[in-house]
Design a protein around this ligand. Structure first.
Ligand code: FAD
Ligand code: SF4
Ligand code: SF4
Length: 409
């Protein structure tokens, strides 16, 4: 008999896929074809549910939000329109930052505490290949050491859900899953079929992800010595901060990027994605809505608060803030990106200097980034997949995009 899954209160448990269901062969064309983000679902027997679960075959934001949080977002509430269902938003940093983490390590610390406190039996996280720091290796971590060794972003598409294949027979009944939006959309869709008693979801915001090859092109066109980069992040000061293996840091202004070359670097999945702020997660930990150097946290539901409770007394917490006005900058950016304008470095630094001092900060920076990416992606979809536009762009993104003038498709 199949185990009962951790279904939500709104839907009855659905049988797990028959054990004869097989992952798709690596290298085959996956059902979402060019839009596949390699979330890993098709690398597990849960491929049986791909039609209803894949973020690129069927968008189901409202149903997912209702399933996970008990309601969908209120489109007339500006914070929810942009950042999703929430009961609390705050900014924070670990009082004792974790060495080698992407930011201060709040995500890894929650994973460690979830295991130590007995809240869960395992944490789904992403380690790195022994041969390449940027090649992701998803795992079900059973010890705090395994969670810690998965700290820091692997800024490439990661097949997180392939490890679902390891669940049956593993003894894992309570799981905390860390993941980006497309992975969490598929996970939520199959949640009620999983052999679990409980699931906690810690989401990361995510945009502009790339394949491993795409990352190489990005590094080679942007940074002085691509082979020594160990960490990078697009930060709230409108610069990309690179850290090299010798401890040196290097910053490159956003406005100085080689846009003509980079337009083709981002994965098609990510150019058609509107789940920047991870709508289905219980708790989201990023940086985009916080001031420079701090992390930004959204608690979507009581389970998210349970996760935050594990570490809250270890955090320096502050309310979220917001200043500046993003709208003119977003509109100018749409046109500049479309024409693939590349500024000379001196001008890029000058623009960066003024934007950093007078531009959007805190939540307004978050809205700047969401507006810029949603408009770009809506245009990309119109040009490359016009047949998908109506069904694929969720209502919240349509409302945001409608505030701007887009170039002709
Ligand atoms: P750490 O403690 O260092 O832990 C990082 C966690 O990330 C690890 O548990 C690991 O399992 C997980 N992880 C690593 N790589 C991947 C991957 N490829 N897919 C799924 N999970 C992974 N935040 C924003 O505010 N705006 C953004 O635009 C943004 N883009 C992102 C793009 C990507 C591809 C990723 C992975 C994250 C992005 N984030 C973004 C989140 C942000 O960069 C930090 O990951 C987050 O703030 C947590 O920092 P930390 O120090 O607490 O994480
Ligand atoms: Fe399968 Fe995930 Fe690719 Fe969709 S995105 S086709 S669910 S691997
Ligand atoms: Fe997935 Fe969207 Fe991130 Fe791409 S940008 S990896 S599609 S969540």
């Amino acid at each position: 008999m199949q185990p009962i899954g951790c279904g939500d209160v709104f839907s009855p448990p659905v049988p797990a896929p028959h054990e004869k269901a097989r992952p798709l062969a690596k290298g085959s064309v996956y059902p979402a074809k060019d839009l596949c983000s390699q979330c890993g679902l098709c690398d597990s027997r849960w491929v049986a549910y791909v039609k209803q679960s894949c973020a690129f075959l069927e968008q189901r934001f409202e149903a997912m939000e209702e399933q996970a949080h008990g309601r969908s977002r209120d489109l007339d509430n500006q914070d929810e329109l942009y950042f999703g269902v929430q009961q609390r938003m705050l900014s924070a940093r670990l009082l004792q930052p974790l060495d080698g983490a992407q930011w201060t390590g709040i995500v890894s610390r929650i994973g460690v505490r979830a295991l130590e406190s007995g809240l869960v039996d395992a944490v789904l996280c992403v380690g790195q290949s022994p041969d390449d720091r940027f090649t992701p290796v998803p795992r079900l971590a059973r010890t705090p050491e395994e969670v810690l060794s998965a700290r820091v972003n692997k800024p490439t598409l990661s097949p997180n859900l392939e490890v679902l294949e390891q669940l049956p027979g593993s003894g894992i009944r309570r799981l905390m899953a860390i993941g980006v939006g497309c992975q969490i959309q598929a996970l939520r869709a199959v949640q009620s079929t999983l052999p679990l008693d409980d699931l906690y979801v810690l989401g990361l915001p995510c945009v502009d992800n790339v394949s491993r090859q795409g990352l190489q092109t990005f590094l080679e066109s942007t940074v002085s010595s691509p082979e020594t980069v160990v960490h990078y992040e697009f930060m709230q000061d409108f610069r990309i901060h690179f850290r090299h293996s010798d401890g040196r840091t290097e910053t490159v202004p956003f406005f100085g990027l080689d846009t003509p070359k980079l337009k083709d670097v981002f994965a098609p999945s990510c150019l058609s994605c509107f789940d920047y702020t991870n709508a289905g997660a219980d708790l989201v930990v990023g940086y985009m809505g916080a001031t420079f150097g701090r992390q930004w946290i959204t608690v979507r539901n009581p389970k998210g608060q349970v996760l935050l409770d594990l570490v809250e007394d270890e955090l320096d917490v502050a309310p979220v803030s917001s200043s500046g006005d993003r709208r003119a900058a977003v509109q100018q950016g749409i046109e500049a990106y479309d024409k693939a304008v590349r500024l000379p470095l001196w001008l890029a630094r000058l623009v960066g200097f003024f934007v950093e001092r007078f531009g959007p900060r805190g939540l307004e920076y978050g809205r700047f980034s969401i507006d810029s990416h949603f408009t770009r992606n809506a245009l990309w979809l119109r040009r490359h997949h016009p047949e998908k536009v109506a069904a694929h762009i969720p209502a919240f993104a349509r409302r945001i995009v409608s505030r701007y003038r887009l170039p002709d498709a």
